[in-house]
Write a protein that binds this ligand. Sequence first.
Ligand code: ASP
Ligand code: MG
Length: 492
Amino acid sequence: MIVMKFGGTSLAGAVEIRQVGAIVRRFASRRPVVVVSAMAGVTDDLIAIAEQALRGSPVEVSRRLDRLEARHRKTARGLGLFGPQGAPPHAPPHADDALRREQQALFSDLESSCHGVLLLRELSRRSLDLISSFGERLSAQIVAAHLRRQGLPAAFVDARRLIMTDDSHGEAAVDFDATARNIRGGLLKQIRKGTIPVITGFIGRTREGATTTLGRSGSDYTAAIVGYGLRAREVWIWKEVDGVCTADPHLVPNARVVPHISYQEAAEMSHFGAEVIHPKTMLPARRHGIPIRIKNTFKPAAPGTLITARPARRGPLPLLVSSIEGMALVTIEGVGIFGQPGMIMRLLTPVATAGTNIYMISMSSSEYNISFAIKQGDLDKTLKALEKDFRDRGLLGEQVARVSVERDMAAVAVVGAGMKGQHGIAGRVFSALGDSRVNVVAIAQGSSEYNITVIIKGRDTKTALRAIHDRLNVGLAALRRGRRQALRLVRG
Ligand code: ASP
Ligand code: MG
């Protein structure tokens, strides 16, 4: 069994969905289990509609709902699944009507949900999850119908039947045991009967039956969860790019596809803004050692990137560079509060309680200051939480704890198993930055030696990425060429 996930761009319209159909057919003998995202942009549209409803603009809501419905209808028509042209003679009777009815039922449910928000002028995270769930339900029905039309035994599967979560709406945590039980109990039986399931990505359900979502771009994660439950042979993530690259090719022209990396490298990369794969995807895959492959929907023959427990061992390992902009660096200083065991924990507890994710921390050994980088959007709530905590504990005041902030920063991370035990990598990173006149504001290196992170000014990001990437990777290639040349010389 191979779990194959198709993202929104691979499902943008009828043309793209035909391509998906061709891929599933091509790999039909490998027993594909399909997981789909919503059609490109649909989740954003649904969230926008929910927000319009909250603002109380019924006209705008129904205009947007109509547009969404028209888009799905147009896609189904483009695939020959709707409309008077009718089914070919070998199709089961009324197949077209079934899809039409299913889609109509979904749109009428969606409309009722939006109507509820319009009436109550209240949009809870729970309602937002329900409204966001329609994108995947709509697209999965269309893809299943298209595969059936191609003569494949496909069936629509609502992931809420399978994936059990807690009630942290918007980014729900998965109950793996319950989920694996559901998958082995229900889905596996279906597959054994020869069915190709087409499963909605992104969504799950609580014990009480409320709809949840697994976080934006969460369909990759769904694919890995399904792979975990089925103990699939591999999980393939079909995208519109060739694989994981050494850097974002839009920013770094010399970037290239990496054929093989480890789960850990892939996770670190995606935490650091490389939008190739959802960072949680690696968790379930890693538990059962299921390889993940990133492949390009529009170039299915290209090898893509393979992600497994151990990185490729031949030759020097690639180093990957990525960045996140829109960061703020918060620094806490003061003589009175440091040098006490447990202080870091106490200082950072209010940050965690505020729900802020910390991207990197650096602390000087004098212990007079600690800096950490967070998303700028989290800054206000984080500062409030820190101030309140200091005030409550009587810690505020110039000599005791001063908080300062630098905005519009970027975090640039160098990731790679190739760093481990190697000397000179950090040196090359910093000399590349120095030579390009990029000022480094803060630094952290994890002791795993898989990641060096530097904080710089946001406007220096592109310069920094190119400088580091080319110094590390191009430098490495030159080194290899040099070594080969030297060998040739020695051998004569
Ligand atoms: N449709 C969802 C989103 O756009 C999930 C996904 O695409 O993976 O976030
Ligand atoms: Mg999407």
